[in-house]
Design a protein around this ligand. Sequence first.
Ligand code: AMP
Length: 467
Amino acid sequence: MAGVANLDNRTKVRTPITETKNSTLKPMQPETTSFEDFKLNKQLLNAIADADYVQPSPIQVKAIPPILAGQDIFGIAQTGTGKTAAFLLPILMKVKYAQGNHPRVLILAPTRELAMQIDQHVALLAKYTDLRHTAVYGGTGMKVQIEAIAKGIDILTATPGRLMDIYLSENLVLKAIQTLVLDEADRMMDMGFMPQIRRLLEVLPRKRQNLLFSATMPAKVIKLSEEFLEHATHIEVTPQATPVETVTQVLYKVPNLRTKINLLVNLLATDQIEKVIVFTKTKHTAENIYKFIDRKLTKSVKVIHANKGQNTRINSMDEFKNNEIRILVATDVAARGIDVSKVSHVINFDVPNLYDDYVHRIGRTGRAKNLGTAITFCTQAEDYHIAKIEKLIQMTIPVSPLPTDLEILPTPKEEEIEMLREIDRQKRKENPKFLGAFHESKQQIKAKEIKNQKYQARKPKKGRMIA
Ligand code: AMP
């Protein structure tokens, strides 16, 4: 089928990463650096061996020694680079074994999915230690989380809102915190967590180690790092916002929504798309696409977005992870922190207008040990955002011709008008003086009104005539 041909013909925009025996995470200095070189303890080395990590990834090579040495870190690294283990391994090495009742390590993450995932990573790497850990996040009852904390805890992973709620309910003591990690700081700021983080910084012990990780480096993150870190070691594993090297990107220019749906159907029908996340900007679109696929194509699909209850989201994620379903439809917020191996494709049903989200979306595929493809559907009204994304990622996303067997439907009048309006809005953003097709007619009306008023003013008034 033509869809397959297009995917086969896709352009590789990045060189594939170096393959090691058990991992495709590119080792930094293969011949010199091994996990043994970090002088980690036996418990950690055994857990690393169980996890099948053969060699440290570049972020691990760069971050583990300074973190072990007690330095603050400002790390720019995308998901899929091994950054979680990069901060967890030295942290675990330092906290070593269970001690006292109050957490000594606090890891903040923007979403519950990421918080859960980090805690699972702690479980994986701390399995031969007696360290106690848990994750707390919103969308589910506080009671069980408070009980877990009350039992005594060494490493706490949390979303900022829930952490503050538990702290303010006086069920959490933060005075033993020695290490604070802010993961995905850029996202945390985008999601408006700064007030909670600032309040938190006021109540944490001043003497502590701070580790800040971010996928991108906008000015606001740099400002945060200046306020929050002391003599930080700056670590960057890829240029700012460069998508992970294993991802092949494809762009389809699609005239309208209905054709996007046809294209989605067309692509999902190919067996190359083994396991796919379909991203949408809004909950509404996510829900509609999910229902459409579920009704018309296959039951092998689930959807996650903010309106879905926490348990439903966890169940859907688990089904996707365990290959019980093939398609996951997701919004950006819900998809943060998803770590699912062997996602063969990411389909961006629409172009995100938070540009960092593009990097995060495509980072869902091409994760450790696998290559992946990110396909983006783009209407003429979305070209503007693609141009901005290309500037951010410093590369052009190769455009693929539409599959020859794709049914291209005409654009309904209303959609056409909405797209033209959107294009006007974008042009006005670039040039506030731009009037635009729709604005012009308003201007013409205004001009007519003014002309009319002038005419009225010149016209002798009836009353005066009588006088
Ligand atoms: P992260 O960037 O932390 O989300 O990690 C991405 C994936 O890489 C996770 O599934 C990790 O378990 C895996 N990973 C982390 N470090 C290594 C390593 N040194 N070798 C192989 N896989 C790794």
